[in-house]
Design a protein around this ligand. Structure first.
Ligand code: SF4
Length: 256
């Protein structure tokens, strides 16, 4: 199975999702070090990178790294909460991107606030979608959503909202208490497989989006190789994160 290379290029974030399972307290590398990793990825034969974080767009120099990666012929996918994706930024970087994945779990401001995304989150995502639609930019829009206790009964409204746009794919994550805050807040957000499946079934019936994809905990083990902000290469095995190298020095070719 082909694994997705997820480069968590910064651990910093400008949202505070209480279900977040990113690795915390890792410092950013310099631009030059990240460029070395990018060169290494190219030499390792990697032709597709998912840029994520934290919030990848917070990293100084990320726009230049995306351009450089694009010029190497690498397919760039970025996952963002959208807070820094201004119209000017979209105009600047869309040409380097194969897709933009926007994270949204609800159209309800109070629910978004309770999840830690903040009350403005829906409006910010809507403005981005409206702008890309208006400009007719040739870029795939993907959506990531997390289903948890707080939002599982409100997904119909999100389906209706997204049906107004030309969305390429929608990835529906079950809340996963993998590490850090997600473990601390497990009781607040955890849902059963049955509840999750009901939401997924409803989405598949009502959404106009053709590519609906699901993610549960075991997928995180099989489908991803993570590169952390310090370059560490991490895979997850039996629920445990395992460092298998550092992308500043080690080839990744054997992992793909
Ligand atoms: S889930 Fe994403 S947007 Fe939310 S705090 Fe974590 S990294 Fe930031």
């Amino acid at each position: 199975m082909e694994k997705e290379i997820c480069w968590n290029i910064t651990a910093r974030c400008n949202q505070n999702c209480k279900y977040c399972h990113r690795f915390l307290n890792i410092s950013d590398l310099s631009y030059e070090q990240n460029l070395s990793i990018l060169n290494n990825l190219e030499e390792s034969g990697i032709n597709s990178i998912t840029w994520t974080g934290g919030e990848a767009l917070l990293l100084t120099g990320i726009d230049d790294l995306l351009e450089c990666s694009y010029n190497k012929g690498i397919k760039n996918k970025i996952i963002t909460n959208g807070k820094l994706l201004t119209k000017e930024r979209i105009d600047k970087i869309y040409k380097y991107l194969d897709s933009i994945t926007l994270s949204i779990d609800s159209v309800d401001d109070d629910i978004n606030d309770s999840l830690g995304r903040g009350k403005c989150h829906f409006q910010e995502i809507k403005e981005i979608l409206d702008y890309i639609k208006e400009k007719k930019y040739d870029i795939k829009i993907r959506i990531n959503s997390v289903v948890c206790k707080n939002n599982s009964s409100n997904f119909n409204e999100l389906v209706d909202f997204l049906n107004n746009y030309n969305i390429y794919s929608w990835r529906i994550f079950k809340f996963m208490p993998l590490r850090e805050k997600a473990i601390i807040n497990k009781e607040t957000f955890d849902i059963s497989m049955n509840e999750y499946s009901k939401v997924v079934d409803m989405i598949k019936q009502q959404s106009k989006i053709k590519n609906i994809d699901t993610r549960i905990e075991e997928d995180m083990e099989k489908k991803y190789v993570l590169i952390l902000a310090n370059g560490d290469i991490v895979i997850t095995n039996n629920g445990k994160d395992e460092k298998v190298g550092n992308a500043l020095f080690d080839s990744l070719s054997y992992l793909i």
